[in-house]
Design a binder for this molecule. Structure first.
Ligand code: KG4
Ligand code: ZN
Length: 335
């Protein structure tokens, strides 16, 4: 059978990314142009700035991916693009670039859900083994997704308020750390000890949902109360205590769900998967569960990239999924 080459395009937030993936598993080219520097001084992603950057970058990033991969457009089997969720103006740039390429070269177009992409980042390092569970933790999402086969996604739990990464970024802001705050809190957490007793939102018994807004408020209140007493809590202690609470809930629920759904694999996905505390705690928790394989992608595949979109697109393409030229960005797309 001939090799399959898929182009992935991802512009849902603040990275303009294009990748080329062979047979759904092998990265041929992977280019990510990050806009973090442009958004930093605003303390978060500014949608209008993001769209403008995507417009400026997308053609350059596409050309760079083809140069890196030493691949010609005539060798491409399909173009996979993030349809949503994300910032609507940002999504539109990627979707329109993909449609233009597909139309001009008469190549099939496949629409991909951003979270499916995050999950399929794992297939770039390990073959998937069903049934499996994915813990998706990013700036916009915190979800436990059960998969009984390729292309089937069942959300068994999700956040009722803030996403894990969002909570990291908001707490970082309170501590005066730059955007995005996750990596800074992670670093500080390793320099301190989790001495503060912060809340853990377990929610109803048996629920796999999450909630991080109470924890975020508890951190803010702790900081303010200390200030009023004329005291200052060491940022390392705050970071370590906050991280302990987040990681405890994520790991406990992932382990419970993995057992209940009798999965063979647990895949970590999303930007917060870069968190050292989370990676270590998950590794420890699953060491004793010998029938369950834990897969954790390298950092570069955890944060937004297009290789993951091409990897998910490859499976969907094989299953016959196609989009036509009426495809639009869908900011609230359900998985
Ligand atoms: O998946 P991603 O790149 O974008 C979204 O789809 O949201 O995730 C970005 C999020 C940000 O909130 C960032 O603070 C968080 O991932 N993040 C981390 C770490 N690295 C990135 N959070 C905690 N610890 C980290 N080491
Ligand atoms: Zn993402």
């Amino acid at each position: 059978k001939k090799e399959q080459l898929i182009v992935g395009i991802e512009t849902s937030c603040d990275e303009t990314a294009v990748a080329i993936v062979k047979n759904g598993k092998e990265i041929v080219a992977n280019v990510v142009a990050s806009q973090i520097e442009s958004h930093k001084r605003f303390g978060g992603v500014v949608p209008e700035i993001a769209s403008r950057h995507h417009v400026e970058q997308v053609t350059l990033v596409l050309e760079e991916a083809f140069r890196q991969g030493k691949v010609g457009i005539d060798e491409i089997d399909a173009i996979a693009v993030t349809e949503g969720p994300g910032l609507v103006g940002a999504l539109l740039i990627g979707v329109n670039a993909a449609k233009a390429l597909a139309f001009a070269h008469n190549i099939p177009l496949v629409n991909v859900h951003h979270i499916a992409g995050h999950i399929y980042a794992n297939r770039l390092i390990e073959e998937m083994n069903f049934p499996l569970l994915s813990l998706v933790v990013s700036g916009g999402h915190t979800e436990l997704v059960f998969m009984k086969e390729h292309g089937h996604f069942e959300v068994i739990g999700e956040t009722r308020d803030d996403a894990a990464g969002e909570a990291y970024d908001k707490v970082a802001r309170v501590l005066g750390l730059p955007y995005p705050g996750g990596p800074h809190i992670d670093r500080l957490a390793h320099e301190g000890t989790a001495d503060l007793d912060l809340p853990r939102a377990w929610l109803e018994t048996g629920s796999y949902d999450f909630s991080f807004s109470g924890l975020k408020s508890a951190v803010i209140n702790t900081v303010h109360n200390a200030e009023q007493r004329g005291e200052k809590i060491a940022p390392e202690t705050l970071a370590a205590s906050f991280q302990a609470s987040v990681v405890d809930v994520l790991v406990t629920k992932a382990v419970q769900a993995a057992k209940e759904y009798k999965v063979k694999q647990v895949l970590l996905a999303g930007g917060v998967a870069a968190n050292k505390g989370l990676r270590a705690a998950l590794t420890t928790a699953f060491e004793s569960l010998e029938d369950i394989q834990l897969v954790i992608p390298p950092l570069s595949l955890c944060t937004d990239n297009a290789a993951m979109i091409a990897a998910a697109g490859s499976i969907l393409f094989d299953k016959g999924k196609r989009a036509d030229l009426t495809l639009n960005g869908n900011p609230g797309l359900e998985i």
